[in-house]
Design a protein around this ligand. Structure first.
Ligand code: KIV
Length: 290
């Protein structure tokens, strides 16, 4: 009998909030990792523009292009099983006009096969775009707090919303995003007390990253949680594995074994029939051999 796959949907994510069931999200940028996170039972996969930093080696997310995002989203979608897949609109893919934002969001849905898109910020222009996207039937995830595409204004990656005024502004932004029609809001790097207030105030699920335990769900960058890259990790990351060293040890051993003749062995090699070999050896005998 065919296995029945119960797909996570956007309404089912909202239901999880109602039922106080945590939503578990992760970033993914390619086919094999998506296969694994799907097998593990993840609810939501964000093809984040963080791919610029953890996959493409840029210093921040600003250089990431729409074509790069579409290329990676397509690979993730090919491995989809049941998670909701959200495409992250990169810097300057929605800043010029509503039309530009709509066109690029359509690319995520029609060309790459994503279920929804995410945009950063909650300025009046963003809210107008979110309303236009909702009119066009595109589900939108909001993202406030430490929004990495604002790095030039922030100056550095640091906790947001610590002062009374800034905390108040973030609460207002969350309410405005909900009003504009987002199905969920990422809260990045804000005090846990503030994310508790926001989570209690809005009906849509909040997904935290560096926002403490009171959010309706959590998201981490895949490469951080498995320790893929060997560099600095923010305080809010829990490293569940040390993939960097697993891979390093494997490749070092491979190099050693090739150099000392331990790989490949007979069991890794192919054989030919003895009569074919005999004839070959006869025909290709060199002077040195005779
Ligand atoms: O790009 C990304 O991975 C993100 C998450 C950190 C939420 O926006």
């Amino acid at each position: 009998m065919e296995e029945k796959i119960c797909k996570v949907t956007i309404p089912s994510l909202l239901k999880k909030k109602e039922n106080r069931e945590k939503i578990v999200a992760i970033t993914s940028y390619d086919y094999p990792i998506t296969k694994i996170v799907e097998e593990a039972g993840i609810d939501l996969i964000l093809v984040g523009d963080s791919l610029g930093m953890v996959v493409l080696g840029y210093d921040n997310t600003l250089p990431v292009s729409m074509d790069e995002m579409i290329h990676h989203t397509k690979a993730v979608v090919r491995a989809r099983k049941k998670a909701v897949i959200v495409g992250d609109m990169p810097f300057l893919s929605y800043h010029l006009s509503i039309e530009q934002g709509l066109e690029n969001a359509f690319r995520f849905i029609k060309e790459a096969g994503a279920d929804a898109i995410k945009i950063e910020g909650a300025s009046p222009k963003r809210l107008e775009l979110i309303r236009a996207l909702r009119e066009a039937e595109i589900p939108v995830m909001g993202h406030i707090g430490l929004t990495p595409q604002s790095i030039l204004n922030f100056g550095e990656f640091k906790v947001q919303g610590k002062s009374r005024e800034k905390a108040k502004k973030l609460i207002e932004e969350a309410l405005a995003l909900e009003q504009a029609g987002v199905f969920s809001i990422i809260l990045e790097c804000i005090p846990m007390e503030l994310s508790k207030i926001i989570t209690e105030k809005v009906k849509v699920p909040t997904i935290g990253i560096g926002a403490g335990p009171y959010c309706d769900g959590q998201i981490l960058v895949f490469h951080d949680l498995v320790g893929y890259l060997n560099g600095y990790l923010p305080k809010f990351v829990k490293k569940y594995a040390d993939l960097h060293n697993v891979i390093l040890n494997a490749v070092e051993e491979y190099i050693r074994e090739v150099k000392n003749g331990k790989f490949p062995l007979d069991k890794h090699s192919y054989h030919m029939k003895p009569d074919v070999l005999e004839e070959l050896e006869k025909n290709f005998k060199t002077e040195k051999d005779s």
